[in-house]
Design a protein around this ligand. Structure first.
Ligand code: SF4
Length: 292
């Protein structure tokens, strides 16, 4: 099976069957993101997708996978009836797959009816990864996210109501200098209202060729320091109220790795943040052309 272009998947899907059901991202305008810039968005045909599944089946991968991930950027753009057919085919070919997941934008989720989401859940969709990035509307507008915080919250609540888990990603430092508190508090508010199964922070990393990279180089956007990232995390952890959410900052871009359950492990994570800031115990990164 040949993948089209660079393939992205969440870290927790490293061992999953990755199936491209769409190519690229239909939105593709977020100013910090370079993931799908070289791809023109399209929905793949069922014929192409079934051919990929057949090939893997013929190669003996049937018993191999426990999880499946529907790539690329927003698989939920696909018609619900087609997604159901794909998931049925996945279960037939890979009988041990017990969870199917995908990325999903708030708009894609809101565009589906509750009946459609329930049909997707019944067909095996267990988790949707939502890149919320921030809970602040001004920041969301600045990065051209194309949705408001209220829409993201509503999308998460809709998934929950329909029995589909949510994994929400936020970005540390996305508000830049001057918006540390606003960003942290708005993220806490967003997570508290969504109460997702999983929540995590990446740290803002900028790639050459993106609009936000140019903003940094020209001085229009001022990035914050690792100490300020810790301030932001402290404000977030002191305000968030989302019992049961599994919380992580374990992405390659994070200065400090935190892992715990909200709200139970917040005191311990706050201690870790304070120690890291006091002793400057930050992970170091390999030198690249990107801006960390
Ligand atoms: S951040 Fe997500 S929605 Fe925005 S352009 Fe990148 S893949 Fe698309």
């Amino acid at each position: 099976m040949k993948y089209e272009g660079i393939l992205y998947r969440p870290p927790s899907e490293a061992r999953s069957l990755i199936l491209q059901v769409t190519i690229g991202c239909a939105h593709n305008t977020c100013t910090f993101c370079n993931m799908y810039k070289e791809k023109k968005f399209r929905v793949r045909s069922l014929e192409e997708i079934f051919r990929d599944i057949q090939e893997l089946e013929d190669d003996g991968y049937g018993p191999y996978f426990r999880k499946a991930f529907l790539a690329d950027g927003d698989a939920l753009m696909m018609k619900t009836e087609d997604l159901v057919k794909i998931m049925n085919r996945i279960h037939a070919a890979f009988p041990f797959v017990n969870r199917i997941s995908s990325y999903g934008t708030a708009k894609d989720i809101l565009n589906k009816t509750e009946e459609e989401l329930i049909a997707l859940r019944d067909a095996g969709l267990g988790l949707v990864y939502v890149g919320a990035e921030s809970g602040d509307d001004e920041i969301l507008r600045y990065i051209h996210k194309g949705v408001t915080a209220e829409e993201i919250i509503r999308a998460g609540q809709k998934l929950k109501k329909c029995g589909i888990g949510t994994s929400v990603t936020l970005i540390s430092g996305l508000g830049g200098r001057g918006k540390v508190r606003v960003h942290a508090e708005a993220c806490a508010d967003l997570i508290s209202k969504m109460n997702p199964e999983y929540a995590s922070f990446l740290t803002l990393r900028l790639y050459e060729g993106t609009e936000m990279y140019d903003d940094v180089v020209s001085g229009r956007f001022e990035r914050i320091t690792p100490d300020e990232i810790m301030d932001e995390m402290e404000i977030f952890l002191k305000k968030v109220d989302s019992p049961g959410t599994v919380f992580r900052t374990n992405h390659a871009s994070n200065y400090v790795i935190l892992a715990g359950d909200l709200n139970d492990d917040i005191p311990e994570m706050l201690e870790q943040v304070a120690t890291a800031r006091e002793k400057h115990l930050y992970r170091r990164f390999r030198e690249t052309g990107d801006l960390m």
